[in-house]
Design a protein around this ligand. Structure first.
Ligand code: NAP
Length: 294
């Protein structure tokens, strides 16, 4: 199949560039960028995501620190962890792995992170700066998707992009980035969600279709225009007897029937997922070099 977007390769390329930059920094006597991650509880998905972020840090020569809290941690204790990282000059950036347990106010935690260390790009200051086209940390998944489109020379100007899903971390920022008056924007964007009527009438007109709803194999061939570029963000763990772990990752696209219609398509796994991690590393490098906030 030659219409496959190889997120794994593009991610490795980006990680190699980052590793080369880290090597240069060290040769100049500077310390390696340092990313910290706060993990609450023992959710399998969150454990896996944080472990792969830590592993990626090792691969590019970053220092990493993981701070664990039990599921029943109080908000006060979690805020204290955030304040400690905010005030630790050895930490360039950090993330608080989401979702958080019910007793914790997620917004309060995110807003307590220093914008200059918010390498996930979730703080309202970073989101606002992104909207206003000011230097900021763009959240990892949308940045990763834009990077993929750029690497595969996907023309965005004047194209119709349909985004399914309006979450704060994927769909909404994605729609904003692609509608911007920038080289990688200038799309006409339709943002769809669970209240959208006749979703298919929108998706069928998409030159670029970005699916971020978290519903396995939701998008079928009859919903996709011939020749469209299709980006599958969805990653749902479904039970499987085919794997050792007992589950596998499913995207939002019914891949086998949609792929033959597309000019380009991302697989799951191996598409958007690897880019998310590489984008986080990129933001951490920018934080260490003080390129966004000096
Ligand atoms: P989310 O916060 O649950 O948001 C889902 C969005 O999809 C909501 O806006 C919802 O609409 C919309 N939606 C749900 N059912 C729909 C339907 N039948 N028709 C149209 N819209 C529908 O999800 P998220 O955090 O953005 O994540 C979405 C998926 O991407 C998940 O599978 C997640 O695991 C994956 N993800 C992957 C990566 C990666 O690195 N690969 C990163 C982040 C997320 P309403 O707003 O109306 O409820």
């Amino acid at each position: 199949m030659n219409n496959l977007i190889d997120g794994k390769k593009i991610s490795l390329d980006l990680q190699q560039e980052i590793a080369a930059e880290v090597k240069r920094m060290k040769e100049q006597g500077r310390r390696a960028p340092h990313l910290a991650a706060i993990l609450v509880g023992n959710d399998g998905g969150s454990e896996t995501y944080v472990a792969s972020k830590i592993k990626a840090c090792e691969n590019v020569g970053f220092t990493s620190t993981m701070i664990r809290h039990p599921e029943y941690v109080t908000e006060e204790k979690l805020l204290q962890s955030v304040y400690d990282l905010n005030n630790n000059p050895e930490i360039d950036g950090f993330i608080v792995q989401l979702p958080l347990p019910r007793q914790i106010n997620e917004h309060k935690i995110i807003e307590s992170i220093l914008p200059s260390k918010d390498v996930d790009g979730f703080h309202p200051i970073n989101v606002g700066r992104m909207v206003l086209n000011l230097p900021c940390y763009v959240s990892a998944t949308p940045y990763g998707i834009v990077h993929l489109l750029q690497k595969y020379n996907v023309e965005t100007s004047g194209k119709h992009c349909v985004v399914i899903g309006r979450s704060h971390i994927v769909g909404s920022p994605m729609s904003i980035l692609l509608a911007k008056n920038t080289q990688l924007g200038n799309c006409t964007v339709t943002l769809c969600h669970s209240k959208t009527k006749d979703l298919k009438s929108h998706t069928l007109t998409a030159d670029i279709l970005i699916c971020a709803l978290g519903s396995p194999e939701f998008v079928t061939a009859d919903m996709v225009k011939e020749g469209a570029v299709v980006i599958d963000v969805g990653t749902t763990r479904v039970v499987s007897t085919e794997t050792k772990s007992g589950f596998k990752l499913k995207g939002d696209i019914k891949f086998d029937e949609v792929a033959p219609k597309c000019s380009l398509i991302t697989p799951v796994p191996g598409g958007v997922g690897p880019m998310t991690i590489a984008s986080l590393l990129r933001n951490t490098l920018l934080a260490a070099k003080k390129e966004i906030y000096s």
